[in-house]
Design a protein around this ligand. Structure first.
Ligand code: CUA
Length: 336
């Protein structure tokens, strides 16, 4: 088997596997907006398949015919030109009708995807190179607060995400919940979805935004309404004070080493705005925008050399003794 054929088969196999299952897939639609996009996708795939098969059949019979003619030069008699003319005309008409029909279907789907329902939960999402700032607006009885890289929403309630960028163009995309929308500096775009099923849905920046574009993921967790309400209530509170001497030392080191110049931990003096809010960092599943699972080892690896894990990001390397690292990680692990 030639290498290009092997490569094509591998890519085709990966596409099939990636699209049919998994938690980041337009085929795994879990919101009415995503249903609409999946329907559109299936229509486009079906129409493209019919067109492709039609072209292949015509090509195949054309080749057979040429073979039968035993490579003789084409007999360009009078009738040939007329027949060729009508074939081109029919193909042109069919193409025009197909494109118009698909445009019409797309327009209908767009109307459904962008039909905003009233009284949504509003969340402002700001794209940064290369992480997501997530701000919940106050909605009685909840206060506003900021978190990062993980969005929690209630099942069955419309959620509007207002999208903006702090630097370059990014794109918000959670294929299981809705379509894609760009985040642009100085312009507020918005997108609405209503998650139907509780679960974790992966999202990914879908617009090339620099060398770590691939490491700009996030998750949307759809929670039953009472669980969501408990979570928001918990977010209203600042960080708990460290409960043991090692945690207290960790907090002192966090402050002493200037971590709070870039990161906020509500309820402490750390109020920096450059990096992700760490008030409840221990409740998140991943660190560095979906790059690594949040484990003690990964937190330590990240703090000691973030440039090795995600080159080009804004976090500097922290020179810490191993006992200092243990204390800081222990402190961060308590920020539930
Ligand atoms: Cu942000 Cu790609």
């Amino acid at each position: 088997m030639t290498s290009w054929l092997r490569l094509s088969l591998a890519i085709a196999g990966a596409c099939v596997l990636a699209s049919c299952t998994g938690w980041q897939s337009s085929f795994n639609a879990q919101a009415p907006q995503a249903d609409e996009i999946r329907r559109l996708l299936l229509i486009f795939i079906a129409v493209s398949a019919v067109v492709w098969i039609g072209v292949m059949v015509v090509l195949f019979f054309g080749m057979l015919r040429r073979k039968r003619q035993n490579q003789q030069p084409l007999d360009l008699h009078e009738g040939f030109e007329r027949r060729a003319g009508s074939v081109v005309l029919i193909a042109g008409l069919l193409t025009t009708v197909t494109v118009l029909a698909l445009s019409f279907v797309s327009y209908g789907a767009q109307r459904t995807v962008f039909a905003n329902e009233a009284d949504p939960v509003t969340i402002k999402v700001t794209g940064h190179q290369w992480w997501w700032e997530v701000q919940y607006q106050a909605d009685s009885p909840h206060l506003s607060f900021t978190t990062a890289n993980e969005i929690r929403v209630p099942v069955g309630k419309p959620v509007t995400v207002e999208l903006e960028s702090a630097d370059v163009i990014h794109s918000f995309w959670v294929p299981s919940l809705t379509g894609k929308m760009d985040l642009i500096t100085g312009q507020r775009n918005s997108l609405q979805f209503t998650a139907r099923t509780a679960g974790i849905y992966r999202g990914q920046c879908a617009e090339f935004c620099g060398i770590q574009h691939a490491h700009m993921a996030f998750t949307v967790r759809a929670l039953p309404p009472d669980e969501y309400s408990r979570w928001r209530h918990h977010q209203n509170q600042g960080a708990a004070s460290p409960g043991d001497p090692l945690g207290i030392r960790g907090e002192q080191l966090f402050r002493g080493r200037g971590c709070g110049l870039c990161h906020t931990i509500r309820g402490t003096l750390a109020g920096g705005q450059f990096g992700p809010d760490l008030t409840h960092v221990a409740s998140r599943d991943t660190i560095a925008a979906g790059t690594l699972p949040k484990t003690s080892g990964n937190l330590a690896a990240w703090i000691s050399d973030p440039q090795h894990i995600k080159p080009g990001n804004l976090m500097p390397k922290m020179a810490l003794q191993s006992d200092e690292m243990i204390a800081i990680v222990h402190y961060l692990e308590q920020l539930q």
